[in-house]
Design a protein around this ligand. Structure first.
Ligand SMILES: Cc1cc2nc3c(=O)[nH]c(=O)nc-3n(C[C@H](O)[C@H](O)[C@H](O)COP(=O)(O)OP(=O)(O)OC[C@H]3O[C@@H](n4cnc5c(N)ncnc54)[C@H](O)[C@@H]3O)c2cc1C
Length: 169
């Protein structure tokens, strides 16, 4: 089983995803969420996009400001600037909420051409090697789908998503 996330490229004959850098911040707890209806989750479909949510201890988390490269040193050097940009964006979205930056960080994420993960055997690899590459913006649920698909595969059962997420699509 290869479930090594963005390090999986080394186990594949050819790369299946592009690696990007993404940034996120969280504020100190805020006093109110004035202007933020129901503290709803925000995820823009715009490009560039941001996403934002509140936390149980009344902080604001906002992320985005992606860069089209993965180099970790270059990425990490950009965190302070990106943090200020995300904070400014949050303040523009919610001008009535007083907010101060608490933490900022960056990460790598993978994007496939169709936004879907790759799950299953690779046609050019040993058939007993199973890949669970939960790439994409919805990678966390895809990880759990990979668990189901690969369990079926190992047990010799058909799974309805086998071909949807297979390398042969
Ligand atoms: C900032 C950020 C925000 C995100 N937000 C969301 C979100 O809101 N919702 C969502 O669905 N997805 C989100 N994602 C994407 C999601 O996190 C990934 O798509 C998902 O975690 C990928 O799952 P994976 O199992 O393929 O890899 P990973 O979760 O990266 O797991 C791979 C594991 O393999 C380990 N590993 C690597 N190499 C080796 C090795 N040689 N030997 C042993 N172990 C190894 C790693 O340490 C890691 O623990 C976000 C990603 C980032 C960076």
């Amino acid at each position: 089983m290869v479930a090594t996330g963005y390090e999986a490229g080394q186990f594949l004959p050819k790369s299946v995803a592009k690696l990007h850098s993404t940034y996120a911040i969280v504020t100190e707890p805020v006093r109110s969420f004035d202007g933020w209806k129901d503290r709803c989750l925000i995820w823009e479909s715009a490009r560039p996009y941001i996403y934002a949510r509140t936390t149980p201890d009344n902080r604001i988390m906002i992320g985005g400001a992606d860069d089209p490269f993965r180099d970790p040193a270059h990425r990490d050097a950009r965190v302070p600037k990106k943090a200020l940009r995300l904070l400014a964006r949050a303040r523009r979205l919610f001008p009535r909420i007083e907010m101060e930056l608490a933490y900022a960080w960056a990460g790598t994420f993978a994007e496939t051409p169709d936004g879907l993960p790759f799950i299953g055997e690779h046609p050019q690899c040993e058939r007993r090697i199973h890949f669970a590459l939960a790439y994409g913006a919805n990678g966390i649920p895809f990880g759990s789908v990979a668990g189901e698909v690969l369990t079926s595969s190992i047990l010799g059962r058909y799974h309805r998503y086998k071909h949807t997420f297979g390398f042969d699509r």
